[in-house]
Design a protein around this ligand. Structure first.
Ligand SMILES: Nc1ncnc2c1ncn2[C@@H]1O[C@H](COP(=O)(O)OP(=O)(O)OP(=O)(O)O)[C@@H](O)[C@H]1O
Ligand SMILES: [Mg+2]
Length: 357
């Protein structure tokens, strides 16, 4: 297994520059999730790695091996790049049995028959699909089909496996199971995986490292999931990862206030330089506290199985809150129509100008 390095990649479609001077490293033996809104250029980058499009500038390395270099005119053919792929719309071939599907990449490499059988069965073992070897895809569930696709991606001992939205078509429960499977397979094999998604939740569950792309194709943050949640580089990352409340901060005389229709003094809890900014607080960072000066009214409470979601009214502004079961048991829940004290943990402050972008 090896790392993957994209260096200064520029890709245009006609006049439309999708990626400009884009650089990214996927560490060896890790899962890197590349997350970004629809249309930002994720698949375009994957296609460059696979050799399906040709960047105007830059280079792509897998370990020491140069796959592409615009200056040096290196462009290794797609079939020689040794990269496993699992695509959402590149599922298993319907007319081949499971074992035929998984054997196919090895057949193309003209490996001896007994080696093909041994390696294909081994790949099926990895995804727990041995007993389905002679089934046709139509006899499998969506999740089982995706497991076959993963086995096929792993069978050639690829240096790197790319998964581009591999589980988007599955239902919620299967998605959850597949994420666990992918994680377990990756740990077993120590594979380097570049996992592409616009779903930040699955990225958080899966990744060692995460890279966040913005709509314009630029990279706005790279780090561990903890970095990205606890220390978002900018408002885009903060908003992209999870739902948040935003409250403008204004000054009234000497007091810094939360602008909630009425101005609620809150100076003691705010940094001195936040006037004119907007305070962002995640839903699970709004906590109930009977002693707090801020009193809000519960307008709606929804039980979601493993947490409560609240809509509160603070002055004239709606505040959303996520209460964990632990907190619901220790603090208690609050009924609709009741007033409750609230506090904001881990507030982030952003310019309001940014909000308009
Ligand atoms: N073959 C093409 N010709 C012209 N424009 C293209 C082509 N492929 C993609 N694009 C454009 O390039 C941009 C990036 O597309 P890309 O498929 O890389 O996005 P993505 O990040 O993978 O989005 P999604 O999350 O929806 O899959 C989009 O604006 C898209 O319309
Ligand atoms: Mg895509």
């Amino acid at each position: 297994m090896a790392n993957v390095r994209f260096e200064n990649i520029t890709i245009k479609y006609g006049n439309h520059c999708v990626l400009k001077d884009f650089s990214l490293v996927v560490d060896s033996g890790q899962i890197m999730c590349l997350v970004g809104p629809s249309g930002c250029g994720k698949t375009t980058l994957v296609r460059a790695l696979l050799g399906l499009n040709k960047p105007e500038t830059g280079s792509i390395y897998v370990g020491d091996r140069c796959l592409y270099d615009a200056k040096k005119r290196v462009n290794v053919a797609a079939e020689k790049r040794n990269i496993g792929i699992v695509f959402q719309d590149y599922a298993v071939w319907p007319h081949m049995t499971v074992i035929e599907n998984v054997s196919y990449p090895l057949k193309k490499q003209r490996r001896p028959k007994d080696e093909i059988k041994r390696r294909a069965m081994h790949a099926l073992e990895q995804v727990h699909m041995v007993e389905y070897a002679n089934h046709l895809p139509s006899q499998l569930s969506g999740g089982q089909q995706q497991r076959v696709a993963i086995a096929r991606a792993l069978v050639t001992d690829s240096d790197v496996v790319v998964m581009d939205e591999p589980i988007t078509n599955l239902d919620a429960k299967l998605r959850e199971e597949m994420l666990l499977e992918i994680r377990m397979i990756q740990k077993r094999l120590g594979a380097t995986i570049l996992y592409i998604t616009h779903d930040q939740q699955s990225a958080l569950q899966l990744c060692d490292k995460m890279a966040i792309m913005q709509q314009d194709g630029s990279l706005c943050q790279y780090g561990t999931d903890e970095d990205i949640i606890m220390r978002p580089a900018n408002r885009f990352t903060f908003e992209f990862i999870g739902v948040s409340n935003f409250i403008p901060i204004v000054r009234e005389g000497k007091e810094l206030c939360l602008d909630c229709g009425e101005k609620i003094p809150y100076t003691a809890n705010l940094p001195a330089d936040c006037e004119g900014k907007e305070m962002g607080v995640r839903l699970n960072d709004v906590v109930f506290d009977r002693d707090s000066v801020l009193k809000a009214e519960v307008t709606s409470r929804i039980f979601l199985g493993s947490e409560y979601n609240y809509f509160l009214k603070l002055g004239g502004r709606e505040i959303r809150v996520q209460q964990s079961m632990l907190d619901a048991r220790t603090f208690g829940t609050v009924a609709e129509g009741e007033k409750v004290g609230i506090r904001f943990l881990n507030p982030h402050f952003y310019d309001r100008k940014e909000a308009a972008q």
